[in-house]
Design a protein around this ligand. Structure first.
Ligand code: SF4
Ligand code: SF4
Length: 342
């Protein structure tokens, strides 16, 4: 379907009555996903959000259960599941690397062994409408990790920005339903489709960052673990946690009880392997009490343990956020190369 950008905006406005629509909105110098029209107008001409959109499915802090410790309360000491919101939502304008990231983390939250019911329900009630990248930035390396600037993994619809128009193509039944609910589009012509294909090829060639990953699966875990380069890789790291906080494929969390008076909540919060408390045991022992051990954990998890466990590439979608925002310029592309070529 082909939409003028004006018509696309109007169609989303109309759909907003039945579906929560999240769009990229500029706030200061940065973009974030916000509900349409509540906090400003969508800016389709953006590179990517600084924070990954993972929180739209997997909130940074989530109340799991609640309880009361009050005496005389019939429900005292009973753990009740907290109410949660699963209203249908569509993330419109998500970049392909971030949609791909949801497929990577799905292996952790939704697999034959374990299902996280909250992640699964929120993921299932979300439609992912991707916006292909006409101008990938220099820190992107999606093509090295199974994606691309117009990659389709994890998307229900893909948009090609053809200047004054959007070409919207459905990729799943959910995507078909989404487009059927939009008014004002028209059938795309052969010329539009050819223009979109040309754009895809052109954008793919613009990705200059390439990393080798092919040999990671053949490496011996203990040899990589004991490799001499970890001290050097970790030397400048200040364990700030920026890389894991911004990453769309980092999924670790911690569960804490928060009690106020006689009321308690059991909450899960994103956690980071970069923090010293991450693996602190109740006994006081910490198997990763040194910075080098924590840095090694981040890269071994993404580029070796995940590779061996799932046989499905690396735990990274090449969005480049950790490369762009690490305050001391630690670059996962260089670490991956060291590991792959060791
Ligand atoms: S962003 Fe850089 S300095 Fe901060 S924890 Fe990650 S690797 Fe270390
Ligand atoms: S490891 Fe870095 S490049 Fe890869 S998905 Fe996470 S933030 Fe993006």
């Amino acid at each position: 379907m082909l939409f003028t950008k004006d018509d696309w905006g109007k169609a989303l406005e109309e759909l907003r009555k039945s579906t929560r629509i999240l769009v990229p909105v500029k706030e200061g110098d940065l973009h974030t996903f916000q509900p349409l029209a509540e906090k400003g107008i969508p800016d389709w001409n953006y590179q990517n959000t600084r924070m990954s959109p993972k929180a739209l499915v997997y909130p940074q802090s989530e109340r799991m259960f609640e309880y009361s410790l009050g005496e005389g309360d019939a429900n005292a000491h009973v753990l009740k599941e907290s109410s949660k919101e699963y209203k249908p939502q569509a993330v419109v304008g998500i970049r392909p690397c971030d949609a791909h990231a949801f497929q990577i983390v799905k292996l952790n939250f939704d697999n034959p062994e374990f299902k996280d019911p909250w992640w699964v329900k929120r993921h299932d009630s979300t439609t992912f409408v991707g916006l292909g990248c006409n101008e990938p930035c220099s820190t992107c390396f999606c093509t090295s990790v199974g994606g691309g600037p117009f990659g389709k993994k994890g998307l229900d619809v893909i948009l090609h920005d053809l200047g004054s128009r959007f070409l919207a193509t459905s990729l799943t039944a959910k995507g078909e339903g989404f487009l059927a609910g939009l008014k004002g589009g028209q059938k795309a012509g052969e010329k539009d489709i050819a223009e979109a294909q040309e754009m895809e090829e052109w954008a793919g060639q613009k990705i200059s960052g390439k990393i080798p990953t092919r040999q990671l699966k053949d490496k011996v875990v203990n040899q990589l673990f004991n490799a001499p380069f970890w001290e050097e890789v970790a030397f400048s790291c200040i364990n700030c946690g920026t890389c894991t906080f911004l990453c769309p494929t980092c999924w670790c969390f911690d569960i804490q009880d928060e009690v106020l008076g006689k009321e308690g909540d059991r909450i899960r919060n994103w956690d980071s392997c970069m923090f010293p408390l991450f693996t602190l045991h109740g006994s006081g022992h910490n198997p990763r009490d040194k910075k080098t051990q924590r840095v090694r954990q981040r890269f071994m998890h993404k580029l070796k343990y995940y590779v061996d466990k799932y046989g499905n590439g690396v735990q990274c979608s090449g969005c480049g956020r950790c490369v762009r925002y690490c305050p001391v310029n630690i670059d996962i592309r260089q670490v991956c190369e060291l590991m792959n070529n060791y």
